[in-house]
Design a protein around this ligand. Structure first.
Ligand SMILES: NC(=O)c1ccc[n+]([C@@H]2O[C@H](COP(=O)([O-])OP(=O)(O)OC[C@H]3O[C@@H](n4cnc5c(N)ncnc54)[C@H](OP(=O)(O)O)[C@@H]3O)[C@@H](O)[C@H]2O)c1
Length: 176
C-alpha cells in the first residue's frame, strides 16, 4: 500500500488562510492552462481519503471534483449528503485499521487530504510519498499542513519541478 500527500502550501506552511479560504491558490500565473501534473497524479490513485473539513470545502465547489471513490474520516458526520451519495463513504475509527481495511478492499494507492488528517497519518507513520507544491506567499496564519510528531520521520528528496518561476513542486519519499 502507498499513501500519498498531494497538496499546495504557502511559504510559511499553511494550506488555508485564517478564514479557511483558498483564494491565494487562484492567483497562480498559468498562461498554458496547466494542471501542474494533477491529472497524471490522479491516474495512479485508487481512492481519496480526506478529513471532514476538506470534504465540506469540496462540497462548496461548483462541481464535485473527484472521479475516484472518496472516503471521508469523521466522528461527527453520520450520513453522506444526498448530492454525493454513491461517490462518498464515511469512515471512523483507528487509522491503522482503516488503512488496512482499505488495502483489503483493493485500494492500494490512497490520496490523503486535509491538514489534520495528513497529520494523523504522519503520526502513525502511514505516509509514503509527499508531493508538496509551495506557493510564494506568506499567509501569516491559517490551517497548518504539518504538526507535532512523536519522532522525526525521514524522507528522500526525489524530484523538484518549478512552474512559471512561481510554483515549486517537490516529491519526497519516506525512508524506512
Ligand atoms: N492547499 C491545499 O492544497 C488544500 C488541500 C486540502 C485541504 N485544504 C484546506 O485545509 C482545510 C482543511 O484541513 P483541516 O486540517 O482543517 O481538516 P481536515 O483534515 O480536512 O479535517 C479534519 C477533520 O477530519 C476528521 N478526522 C481527522 N482525522 C480523523 C481520524 N483519525 N478519525 C476520525 N476523524 C478524523 C475530524 O472530523 P470530525 O470533527 O467530524 O471528527 C477532523 O475534525 C480546509 O480549509 C481546506 O480547504 C487545502
Amino acid at each position: 500500500m502507498t499513501n500519498f500527500v498531494y497538496i499546495a502550501t504557502s511559504l510559511d506552511g499553511y494550506i488555508a488562510d485564517r478564514d479557511g479560504k483558498l483564494d491565494w491558490l487562484e492567483d497562480i500565473p498559468n498562461p498554458d492552462q496547466s494542471d501542474f501534473g494533477y491529472e497524471d497524479f490522479m491516474k495512479g490513485i485508487d481512492a481519496v481519503l480526506m478529513g471532514r473539513i476538506t470534504f465540506e470545502k469540496a462540497l462548496t465547489f461548483n462541481h464535485w471534483p473527484y472521479e475516484k471513490p472518496v472516503f471521508v474520516v469523521s466522528t461527527r458526520l453520520k450520513k453522506v449528503p444526498t448530492e454525493v451519495e454513491g461517490k462518498v463513504t464515511l469512515l471512523d475509527g483507528d487509522l491503522e485499521q482503516l488503512a488496512a481495511d482499505m488495502e483489503a478492499r483493493g485500494f492500494h494507492h490512497l490520496y490523503i487530504d486535509g491538514g489534520k488528517t495528513i497529520q494523523s497519518f504522519l503520526k502513525n507513520d502511514l505516509i509514503d510519498v509527499m508531493i508538496i507544491t509551495t506557493v510564494p506567499v506568506l499567509l501569516g496564519g491559517g490551517t497548518r499542513l504539518f504538526g507535532d510528531l512523536i519522532r522525526p520521520l525521514k524522507f528522500r528528496h526525489q524530484k523538484t519541478m518549478v512552474y512559471n518561476d512561481f510554483l515549486v513542486k517537490s516529491i519526497y519519499t519516506r525512508i524506512r
